[in-house]
Design a protein around this ligand. Structure first.
Ligand SMILES: [Zn+2]
Length: 294
């Protein structure tokens, strides 16, 4: 495993261009990629690279004109050896909007009435028809709320693999005035919820604690996500599982059709990762959990 540091610079915010910072830090084209269309520069370094403290020292003068993100990277052997992998979606065009506001329905009898954590989906998944371009050319994706989408062929491969804890729903696009149209995609649904994670997890925390204690968890750009579970938590897992914790912003005031619900993260076994990898899917991070004593 190694930890990747990605620093995004907005070119025009640096008088004389970003080169005035990158040059003295020794960051050449091997690590710094200029995007002329977006007018930004992306610097990717190993956390142990000696150029990183140099660059950060020079950047300190430019307070809000750059962002930094850390994430752990793993070899295939490390992923293969993991008990479970956290599934995180990253794609440049972003994620498609979905959920109750575009017509997906939910049942709330076991959900928290304050934040909506535990809402149970009761219909096919409906996504926003205006944003279908973000799915173009992909075989797998996730919505803004971590609903997992796969194309029909990948859904077939997952079903044939006998992966446990998995069911499928249809996916529809909602168009204003023209109604819902079925898409050649399937939603992956997890039938198993893990116990609460170990407090030894890092890079995750509650930012707006709800009395139910189940939401609203968040992750942090600058701290790699490292989820930990006790050995006893993972004795009864399936190939597809979701976290007990629900993440993200909450916007729920009693009207489900207008709600923004939090959502759980997916965790899968290496068997599921192999099926995505063999299908050529590259837009996901797969992050092994850490199994701890307590
Ligand atoms: Zn709650």
């Amino acid at each position: 495993m190694w930890t990747e540091v990605r620093i995004l610079l907005i070119n025009k915010r640096f008088p004389g261009g970003p080169q005035t910072i990158l040059g003295p830090a020794g960051c050449g084209p091997d690590v710094a990629v200029l995007d002329e269309v977006a007018n930004c520069t992306l610097v990717t370094l190993d956390e142990r690279d000696e150029r990183l403290p140099l660059l950060l020292g020079l950047l300190k003068e430019y307070d809000k004109d750059w962002t930094l993100r850390r994430r752990d990277r793993f070899t295939d052997e490390e992923l293969e050896a993991a008990r479970l992998l956290v599934v995180r979606y990253w794609a440049l065009p972003g994620s498609i909007f979905a959920g109750p506001r575009v017509g997906t329905t939910y049942e709330m009898s076991e959900a928290c009435q304050r934040c909506g954590a535990g809402a149970r989906q009761t219909s096919a998944l409906v996504v926003d028809g205006k944003e279908l371009h973000v799915l173009e050319g992909r075989r797998a994706a996730a919505t803004c709320y971590d609903d997992m989408l796969v194309d029909e062929k990948l859904a077939g491969a997952l079903a044939e693999s006998g992966a446990t804890g998995l069911s499928f729903r249809g996916v529809f696009a909602a168009f204003e005035k023209r109604g819902h149209f079925q898409l050649p995609w399937r939603q992956l649904c997890a039938t198993h919820t893990l116990p609460p994670m170990s407090p030894r997890s890092t890079g995750v925390g509650p930012y707006l604690p709800c009395p139910c204690a189940r939401s609203s968890f968040e992750t942090f750009e600058e701290v790699p996500l490292r989820l930990a579970y006790r050995a006893s938590d993972v004795t009864d897992i399936r190939d597809v599982n979701v976290t007990w914790e629900w993440f993200g912003e909450v916007g729920f005031e009693g009207d489900v059709s207008n709600a923004l619900f939090p959502y759980p993260f997916f965790l899968v076994t290496p068997k599921v990762w192999r099926i995505y990898r063999d299908a050529g899917v590259t837009e996901f991070d797969w992050i092994p959990i850490r199994v701890v004593d307590e």
